[in-house]
Ligand binder design. Structure first.
Ligand code: SF4
Ligand code: SF4
Length: 441
């Protein structure tokens, strides 16, 4: 085995190991959440995933961003098929291992090149929209330095990867036309042939071109492995999680609020004495916090809310349609989801460091204020707009429940309603005897 192949195998194995380690941590963090059954109506779930995650149906509601995103998405998925060939070449020391496909291979390489060019252009437009045109939803309060940098880094990496791919092909194409040893005649190069002419590759000697081709080949594959390992640290983890997240979507009507099974059982038993009260809650596992009514911390949210947090693309579509946000309230559903992820990662780091969970004196309320929570109208415009079916309202409701049931801190308007229900048996400030008075007017 050549030194180059050994080096390739080492880099590849290290990248796969590190990625697997980080994905296992993300999975562990998601499973810190409460249990939730979301496997009913599987046929409907597969159809939804095909339409929303694979078909990107909610992205194209905003046609410009939607179409650009589809190009980048298709570029990322399809061009990476080519990575399979790179891996085989890297391990076995071959060159263009799939060239035996003949005409089909030319068609594939030609299509990859066109997609690479379109992806390059789409990423450049995305960068301009974010950093030159400074579209408002990318510069709001929660888009602090890291989320902005993250978006810039990933778009720049994609541009560099596409550039390396095209330059590699440009050098390869020139070497093929020179009849250089090892460079088999294979592929079609509609874009890189133009680049080769533009950069004057035809005037360079074979050793310089081999140097360019090898450099771009290594840059391309190391870049892809680096990109893979960057994903778990980035909002771009949605590339992987969008599919399961949509599959596990809530299928009930959006505005149907989940109940609290233990509370529902207790109320039923109070109303109907023939129904026995539910058993007391199970003792928490050693080292884990006790069960709360509602959500104080990430442990009290469902695993789906935690998966939502890791799936958020930080696109801000939810916030841009949120009536509370649009009328100047503090609430931003995107911030709620981002804060949940940040807190979850914080909890994960404590577990990594101490080997188990130890209370760090913080919780979700260290990041999300009561003012934000009570500003929500539960209209669900945010869940409707989210391209990956994230449900920020579920987090908001669970945190509100904690405020009301454990802290006795309802919002002032809710407090007034509780009082009128207690005094008048109705949500309004009139007694039941006045209910029909409107008919007389
Ligand atoms: S449900 Fe709440 S957070 Fe979502 S859009 Fe409506 S007001 Fe905003
Ligand atoms: S919750 Fe959905 S709509 Fe809102 S920022 Fe995240 S991905 Fe975008």
């Amino acid at each position: 085995m050549s030194i180059s192949a050994i080096l390739f195998l080492l880099v590849f194995a290290a990248a796969v190991w590190w990625f697997t380690r980080n994905v296992r941590k993300v999975r562990r963090n998601i499973l810190l959440g409460r249990d939730l059954q979301r496997t009913d109506r599987p046929a409907e779930r597969w159809a939804l995933m095909t339409k929303v995650a694979l078909g990107q149906s909610k992205m194209v509601v905003r046609p410009v961003a939607g179409l650009l995103h589809i190009v980048v998405y298709a570029g990322f998925i399809i061009i990476n098929i080519e990575v399979l060939e790179i891996i085989i070449d890297g391990i076995f020391g071959t060159h263009r291992a799939f060239s035996f496909l003949g005409g089909l291979y030319s068609l594939l390489i030609g299509s990859f090149e066109i997609l690479a060019l379109l992806t390059w252009l789409a990423c450049a437009i995305f960068l301009i929209r974010r950093f030159v045109l400074r579209i408002k939803r990318f510069w709001s309060r929660e888009m602090t330095a890291w989320p902005r940098t993250d978006a810039g880094v990933i778009l720049s990496i994609e541009i560099l990867l596409m550039t390396a791919f095209l330059l590699m092909n440009a050098a390869d194409h020139t070497l093929q036309s020179m009849g250089a040893e090892h460079y088999v005649q294979a592929g079609a190069f509609p874009v890189s042939a133009v680049l080769a002419g533009f950069f004057g590759f035809g005037t360079m000697d074979a050793s310089t071109l081999i140097g360019i081709e090898r450099f771009c080949w290594w840059f391309h594959i190391i870049g892809i492995l680096g990109f893979l390992n960057y994903l778990p640290y980035s909002k771009h983890f949605h590339i992987l999680l969008a599919f399961p997240n949509v599959w596990y979507s809530k299928l009930q009507p959006k505005t149907q609020m989940s109940d609290m099974p233990r509370m529902a059982a207790e109320v039923k038993s109070m109303v109907d004495p023939s129904i026995p009260p539910p058993p007391p809650p199970a003792e928490p596992e050693p080292g884990m916090p006790p069960e709360h009514f509602g959500a104080k911390d990430v442990f009290d949210l469902t695993w789906k809310s935690l998966m939502d947090a890791y799936t958020c693309t930080e696109c801000g579509r939810c916030t841009s349609v949120c009536p509370a946000n649009l009328t100047g309230k503090l609430l931003s559903p995107r911030k709620i989801v981002m804060d949940t992820r940040d807190r979850l990662e914080e909890v994960g780091r404590v577990i990594d460091k101490k080997g188990k969970w130890e209370d760090d004196g913080k919780d979700l309320f260290s990041r999300i204020s009561e003012e934000e929570l009570w500003a929500c109208t539960t209209c669900n415009a945010c869940t409707q707009a989210c391209p990956v079916n994230i449900d920020p309202v579920e987090i908001i409701l669970d945190m509100r429940r904690f405020l009301v049931m454990e802290q006795s801190k309802p919002s002032p308007s809710l407090n007034a309603m509780f009082t009128t229900i207690e005094n008048n048996g109705a949500a309004w400030a009139f007694g039941p005897d006045k209910r029909m008075e409107w008919m007389k007017e």
